[in-house]
Design a protein around this ligand. Structure first.
Ligand code: ZN
Ligand code: ZN
Length: 300
């Protein structure tokens, strides 16, 4: 799982930083989380191909999280995309998009499947290799975070070992499921001599705009990494709370409570030019902290 940051700022673009957007890549599958203004430009800049983009998740309807969406959809259509696109977003976005497309007389070249986010938590996507789910956070308007989690794969076959021990190919599927092999002479070959552990599952949680709260802790606990907004530094905690945002220290405290592996900080207020103090502040309580730098790829 790889996370590419396309935008790490809050409402106003500043100091070369853009409004919120990031891409989660799972093999050839791309999931775009939030789509602030300039997202399509940032995708081009950092080599994110539209072709693999099948899912878009929009956390809430503040403009810094979706104003880039009409442009992105329009560009994909102009480029002749034909694969369907699955969009998960607050319900009112459907009529907003319909109006924009209708006013321009635009008929998209692809099927856009719109799924309104549920009121609370819920499973959005499940296939053989991953799930996407959502959970409510606490913001000025309805807002959701998202969890992308890979599924446990079967054991990895070691073909050379299998051939060396004369295990018939017809038994390979059972080996992948963890079975031992018993030969016709009764010799038992333990599974772990001919297979290796599958890659570990990965869990990434995106905690969108939210006031500091542990109300969604159960959804993010044990994640390999979380992205948490830190619009302000802690000396502005009153302002953060009044505007339903968080501070870097609060994000770090939540990372500790959730027992996560890594914390990405983002959604910085345009009042801050230097972002290093965010990392310094969070590191007081949680060690593995990164500023979500635009263009950076974080591999889990
Ligand atoms: Zn925002
Ligand atoms: Zn917001």
């Amino acid at each position: 799982m790889k996370i590419t940051i396309l935008g790490n700022n809050s409402a106003l673009p500043a100091f070369g930083r853009h409004p919120t957007a990031q891409v989660v890549a799972l093999r050839s599958e791309l999931i775009l989380i939030d789509c602030g203004e300039c997202t399509q430009v940032q995708m081009q800049r950092y080599g994110i191909r539209w072709r693999g983009l099948n899912y878009i998740l929009i956390s809430h309807l503040h403009g810094d999280h979706y104003f880039g969406l009409p442009g992105l959809l329009n560009s994909m259509s102009l480029m002749g995309r034909s694969d369907p696109l699955h969009l998960f977003a607050p319900a009112p976005l459907k009529s907003i998009l319909d109006l924009i497309l209708e006013a321009a007389g635009t008929v998209l070249s692809f099927r856009l499947h719109f799924y309104p986010l549920p009121e609370g938590a819920g499973l959005l996507v499940e296939n053989f290799s991953f799930t996407i789910s959502c959970f409510p956070v606490i913001h000025r308007i309805d807002c959701h975070g998202f969890v992308v989690e890979t599924k446990q794969r079967s054991r990895r076959l070691l073909p050379e070992k299998c051939m060396e021990l004369n295990i018939p190919i017809s038994f390979y599927d059972s080996l992948k499921q963890g079975a031992d092999y018993t030969s016709s002479t009764g010799e038992v070959i333990p599974n772990d001599t001919v297979t290796a552990d599958p890659p570990p599952t990965k869990k990434y949680a995106y905690c969108a705009d939210t006031v500091y709260t542990d109300s969604f802790l159960p959804y993010i606990t044990g994640a390999d990494a979380i992205y948490h907004e830190s619009t302000y530094l802690h000396n502005d905690r009153d302002k953060a709370e009044a505007r339903f945002h968080s501070t870097a220290l609060q994000a770090a405290q939540l990372a500790v409570s959730a027992g996560v592996g890594m914390l990405l900080l983002g959604h910085f207020s345009s009042k801050y030019k230097d972002l290093y103090p965010f990392k310094e502040e969070a590191q007081v309580v949680f060690n593995n902290v990164h500023i979500a730098e635009e263009g950076n790829v974080y591999e889990l």
